[in-house]
Design a protein around this ligand. Structure first.
Ligand code: ZN
Length: 376
């Protein structure tokens, strides 16, 4: 295993944060897998999964059984992890800019299309290499002006040429669930089932450019531009990336993390990256994939205490009670009910809400939303 330390841009005199990456295997000998944890810094189950994954990969690497390259970033957000407000970790938004750490990654296709499209030919592998070279040049030329931008750039420099990207997050209180773009789904389906995902949310550009979609989006966007121009230039989807929600924020337990690390190892075996043993058969699906545009977010219309009637993982019918919002002054209980059939895959951790707060999310099977599909 090689350890690399990447200095982020210093935001202030006398301070410097470091991003650390672990590297297994050898570049160019097989697929490249990039795995990062806790880009939202208060989402810790992925960090513990990385802790469990590291010794497994170290052992296999020492035995020469890593065919390809695995890059593991166990703590992807040293900026957010150091932010505290009123004695609480505040790692989702950068305090200086208020920007979500997992938004506003560059639209590579837009930046490199003019340069790369005229150079493409009939050889798919050569086209993939050209696109990756253009992405690398774009990242080299990007001079970050802030610490946050230098974090985004560093994460992309480690991952831009990966064939598979696993971005490990979690929700507030949740069951295992899985986000990916439609173009990646067939390649990632075994991973979703090894992890026993209870909801699988597919989108095509869910909006605001999260990390995973930055890396998968370049390929299908360029492929669409090629088709629109009637060019004869094959360009396969060459990065399959996913955001994996490893249950809820409090689900930081060795047993779960070991189970999740083992699921990732099975997926790497199925890709032939780890060759110590044949991959286990892919487990039966615990759910069907549904459109992210069919996911219903329930909101509180009034302020009050939240008493949940539905638990993460419950399969609901439209009209089922999800929560009551209770106002002890007016002596009023306001029911909040499911608007769609589906699995309630996540809910909030707080038990007091103000008007308009999110309460829970249900994976409905029928798309009904357009535009921006991700929450704050
Ligand atoms: Zn997250």
């Amino acid at each position: 295993m090689q350890v690399q330390n990447h200095l982020l841009l210093s935001p202030s005199l006398g301070t410097h944060k470091t991003l650390t990456s672990f590297h297994f295997g050898k570049p160019g000998t097989g697929p490249k897998i990039y795995i990062q944890a806790s880009l939202h810094a208060e989402e810790l189950p992925g960090m513990l999964t990385a802790y469990h994954l590291r010794p497994l990969l170290e052992r296999l690497d020492a035995a020469g059984q890593v065919h390809g390259e695995v890059v593991l970033v166990p703590m992807a957000n040293p900026i957010g992890a150091a932010q505290r407000v009123q004695h609480k970790l505040a790692g989702r938004f950068e305090l200086d800019s208020a920007e979500n750490f997992n938004r506003y990654y560059p639209n590579f296709a837009q930046h490199i299309a003019d340069e790369v499209l005229p150079a493409l030919g009939k050889d798919a592998a050569a086209n993939v290499a050209l696109v990756r070279q253009a992405m690398e040049r774009y990242l080299e030329q990007w001079t970050p002006k802030t610490e946050l931008h230098s974090l985004r750039r560093t994460l992309l420099q480690l991952s831009f040429d990966a064939d598979y990207v696993l971005d490990l997050h979690c929700d507030c209180e949740a069951v295992m669930h899985f986000y990916c773009e439609e173009a990646c789904w067939s390649a990632l389906e075994p991973l979703a089932h090894y992890l026993r995902s209870r909801a699988i949310l597919l989108a095509k550009n869910s909006g605001s450019s999260p990390f995973d979609e930055c890396l998968s989006g370049v390929w299908w966007r360029l492929a669409e531009m090629i088709a629109a121009r009637g060019m004869d230039a094959p360009l396969p989807q060459s990065c399959h990336s996913t955001t994996i929600e490893l249950r809820g924020e409090a689900d930081v337990q060795h047993e779960l993390a070991a189970q999740d690390a083992a699921a990732i190892v099975e997926f790497l075996r199925s890709l032939g990256v780890l060759r110590d043993a044949p991959a286990a058969p892919v487990p039966a699906a615990a759910c069907h994939a549904t459109p992210l545009a069919g996911s219903e977010t329930l909101y509180a219309a009034v302020a009050g205490m939240v008493v949940f009637a539905a638990q993460p993982g419950d399969t609901l019918k439209a009209g089922d009670l999800v929560a009551e919002v209770i106002d002890p002054i007016a002596y009023r209980s306001t029911p909040v009910c499911a608007g769609v059939d589906g699995v309630l895959y996540a809910r909030i951790r707080e038990r007091y809400v103000t008007n308009g707060c999110e309460l829970a999310k249900i994976a409905g099977a029928v798309a009904f939303k357009t535009g921006e599909l991700l929450g704050a």
